[in-house]
Design a protein around this ligand. Structure first.
Ligand code: MLT
Length: 201
């Protein structure tokens, strides 16, 4: 998969694994990663599904309606890629933190729903519930930050609360930060994510 890796100044700091939003690429979230944890190594992946030329991490049938078979297949593919990247770049597999926005947050959500402990923590900006009806793995060692918008037309507040309660029911500790905005990732939301990272990791 197309990706970039930047070794950080502190190799013991959590490794940030970045997943962009629809139409983005592996460069988009680098400033956010530097803001959250300047010394961390960063692995940033480009989604390999194209929707009218826009990279994504899995197909959708319409806005907010996921192609579930593709989502499951892409989730397995991403897990395999992360395993290869951990070996190639000699990373500690127990020190990965997923950071994603929108479609990128949704592929992290699906990785968590399938594999539980792939990440030690996740920072999800404007995520949805990736899949319903799945028996969830144990997430009792997982810490999750969710950034949400009270007026987000894509991820409704109800869906944010549903995701929070699904993650908590599997044992994850979840903090939700609300912005009175829409789907955009604001500076104050990035600041809240950085504070959460410093307090929890
Ligand atoms: C998705 O398709 O993952 C969500 O609708 C968010 C988006 O990428 O627009």
């Amino acid at each position: 998969m197309i990706h970039l890796f930047q070794k950080g100044a502190d190799e013991s700091a959590p490794i940030l694994v970045l997943f962009h939003g629809t139409g983005g690429n592996e460069h988009d979230l680098l400033p956010l990663a530097r803001f959250i944890s300047p010394a961390s190594s960063v692995l940033s992946v480009r989604g390999n599904v194209l929707e009218n030329g826009m990279p994504r991490f899995f197909r959708r049938l319409a806005e907010g309606v996921f192609d579930e078979a593709d989502l499951v297949a892409r989730t397995q593919e991403m897990k395999a890629f992360l395993g290869e990247a951990v070996e190639k770049y000699e990373l500690d597999p127990n020190n990965l933190v997923g950071v994603g926005y929108s479609n990128g947050a949704n592929i992290i959500g699906s990785l968590l729903f399938h594999y539980g402990d792939l990440f030690r923590a996740a920072i999800l900006h404007h995520p949805m519930v990736p899949l319903r009806g799945l028996p969830l793995p144990d997430m009792s060692r997982l810490a999750v930050f969710i950034g949400a918008g009270a007026n987000d037309p894509i991820c409704s507040p109800q869906e944010t609360e549903e995701l929070q309660s699904l993650l908590e029911s599997a044992g994850a500790s979840v903090e939700v930060h609300w912005e009175h905005r829409g789907h955009q990732l604001t500076q104050t939301e990035a600041e809240a994510a950085a504070r959460w990272f410093q307090n929890n990791l």
